[in-house]
Design a protein around this ligand. Structure first.
Ligand code: C2E
Ligand code: MG
Ligand code: MG
Length: 579
């Protein structure tokens, strides 16, 4: 009886254990079936005996197709024999291997996975199975690549960005150094992008940048890089250059490619580029310096008329340093009142009466040197300091005009030059009118001189400002006429009262018949439009006589008088006012 009891309890225990084992097995099976990782089990010879659903999902092989096969069916050709040998060596010695590996799906597509293989041993130490567990990481890789791509590419154009450009350039420099060749950096800036962007809208602007990017990409050699640095700035990196001519030829191709207009949303847009070029090793041996120098050369292209290229020169570098010094001195000059306004008379050739004055600023430095505006106005424009300077010139001019009006009975109009940056200020008209008011001067005693480029940059807002000024009585003159667009159409459209023919035409009117014809035609045409004409830079009697014959309204130039300080002007006016 007692024995029976023992056997019974042993049996019970056994049943319990088996039930537990069966339950555990069921769980294991579930885990095996439902795991997200692909799992395969092979016999010691490497024949697959079991796979789970994820294995099928990832590799495309069904249970029937996989069983009996060697896992070699998954092998991609991305790893060499030594890779697999190491894997097996490790499996044999350590009993497991784990790492990243490229396998191939049934449909032929290679994919990356994280794989771990372990050997299962029997009690006697013999391997009974191998179990491989793997996780498909192709999505993750793709995501990583996307992030990588975003960090190094410009979103709009898909071109390499500043960082990648820097990398590529550094690499090109290393290669050039090794191979004793040159590398070139071409810094490009679209000349009229702001105009397109403002007038056609940002969507069109974006499309234009994309189109420009892809057009430029087609022009460069395959081994070269085209990058977008931001805004309308692009960079070409060309390596393996043996002769400077190759770079010039590349620049030539860039300009050639701009001859064809871009068709954007029904508009035909002609784009021009300002380009600056620096060369390794001549102009710098680091990526930073080469980009900086190419930028500087590009700027040179901008200020010398755009739509062209400049090579970097050490001279440019000196110029840049000089400019930096000048900015410092200029700021100091503004606070220390080193600027003076000179006045140049405009005279009616028929009567010799002075009818107008042009205010022209001078920089009288502390050492006594007088610097002319041509040398500092571009820098003042660039730094925005022109706004402060103009305000000063306008205030001084108003004071002078007030004084002249009190001392002389004849009517005088005073002209002030307005630079493009100043003209862009939204409150330009209001500010000017306020200054005039504060000096108790009628708006009709003032004329502003603007250039054609200033007018064309943003026609709509130009027109608004000009109309406000005109309505209040301020006259508007086009300065340096003939050097810009010289468009009759705009002359008609804008409220212009005066045209100033540029000195470059006046210079040769007595020697060059075609210049004489141009000047005569401009005068005739302006008269037809009811616009007054001033000839600038008249120096000789012959020029004066010819212009008088053409019935030019006013003469300005050394022939009558140079620009002069107020005291000298007063003396000058006293002399001619006296009979
Ligand atoms: P602009 O407005 O065309 O002024 C005429 C320039 O020609 C002046 O040069 C004047 O001195 C010069 N000029 C006049 N008659 C003769 C002549 O018979 N022969 C020669 N060789 N030159 C003559 P300046 O004063 O050096 O000014 C150069 C430019 O700087 C001006 O050209 C104007 O665009 C700009 N500027 C001058 N003052 C100001 C200012 O207060 N504000 C702004 N924004 N620009 C100014
Ligand atoms: Mg002027
Ligand atoms: Mg002028």
């Amino acid at each position: 009886m007692a024995k029976l009891k023992i056997v019974h309890s042993e049996l019970n225990q056994e049943v319990e254990e088996r039930t537990r084992a069966a339950a555990q097995l069921k769980i294991f099976k579930k885990v095996f079936e439902n795991a997200l990782e692909g799992i395969s089990i092979t016999d010691p010879e490497g024949r697959i005996i079991a796979i789970n659903q994820a294995f099928t999902d990832i590799t495309g092989y069904s249970l029937e197709e996989a069983v009996g096969q060697n896992p070699r069916i998954l092998k991609s050709n991305r790893h060499d024999e030594s890779f697999y040998k190491e894997m097996w060596d490790r499996l044999k010695t350590k009993g497991y291997w784990a790492g990243e590996i490229w396998n191939r799906r049934k449909n032929g597509e290679a994919f990356p996975e994280i794989l771990s293989i372990s050997s299962i041993k029997q009690d006697d130490g013999e391997v009974s199975h191998y179990v491989a567990v793997f996780h498909d990481i192709s999505e993750m890789k793709l995501q990583q690549e996307k992030i990588q791509h975003q960090a190094y590419h410009d979103e709009l154009t898909g071109l390499p960005n500043r960082y990648l450009a820097h990398d590529r350039l550094s690499m090109a420099l290393k290669t050039a150094k090794r191979q004793h060749t040159m590398a070139a950096v071409l810094f490009m800036d679209m000349d009229n992008f702001k105009y397109f962007n403002d007038s056609l809208g940002h969507t069109c602007g974006d499309t234009l940048l994309q189109e420009l990017g892809s057009r430029l990409k087609k022009i460069i050699r395959e081994q070269d890089t085209i990058a977008r640095l931001g805004g309308d700035e692009f960079l070409v990196i060309a390596g393996d250059i043996k002769f400077q001519e190759e770079v010039l030829e590349l620049a030539g191709r860039l300009f050639e490619a701009m001859k064809e207009p871009f068709s954007i949303a029904g508009h035909e847009l002609l784009v021009s580029l300002s380009v600056g070029i620096s060369l390794y090793p001549e102009d710098g041996t680091t990526a930073d310096l080469l980009i900086k120098n190419a930028d500087m050369a590009m700027y040179q292209s901008k200020i010398s008329g755009k739509s062209r290229y400049h090579m970097f020169t050490p001279e440019l570098n000196r110029l840049a340093l000089y400019k930096m010094d000048m900015v410092k001195e200029f700021r100091a000059g503004l606070t220390q009142k080193e600027f003076m306004v000179y006045y140049q008379p405009k005279v009616d050739p028929a009567t010799n009466h002075v009818l107008g004055l042009e205010a022209l600023v001078r920089w009288q430095k502390q050492d006594g040197a007088v610097v002319s505006p041509g040398e500092f106005i571009p820098m003042a424009e660039e730094t925005g300091l022109i706004l402060q300077l103009s305000r000063y010139v306008l205030e001084e001019s108003c004071k002078a005009l007030k004084l002249l009006k009190e001392n002389f009975s004849f009517p005088l109009t005073l002209s002030v030059n307005i630079s493009p940056l100043e003209f862009k200020q939204p409150d330009l008209a209001e500010n000017m009118l306020n200054v005039l008011k504060s000096h108790l001067l009628p708006a009709s005693s003032i004329e502003i001189e603007i250039t054609e480029t200033t007018m064309m940059t943003d026609l709509k807002s130009t027109l608004e400002k000009l109309n406000i000024l005109k309505k209040e009585g301020v006259s508007i003159a086009i300065d340096d006429f003939g050097t810009g667009y010289s468009s009759l159409y705009y002359l008609k459209k804008l409220p212009i009262s005066t045209l100033k023919i540029d000195k470059s035409f006046i210079d040769d009117i007595t020697t060059d018949q075609s210049d004489a014809n141009i000047v005569e035609t401009i005068i005739l045409m302006a008269k037809n439009l009811g616009i007054k004409v001033v000839a600038e830079g008249v120096e000789t009697k012959e020029q004066f006589e010819l212009l008088a014959k053409y019935k030019c309204d006013l003469i300005q130039g050394y022939y009558y008088a140079k620009p002069m300080p107020l005291e000298d002007l007063i003396r000058y006016l006293e002399n001619i006012a006296k009979p």
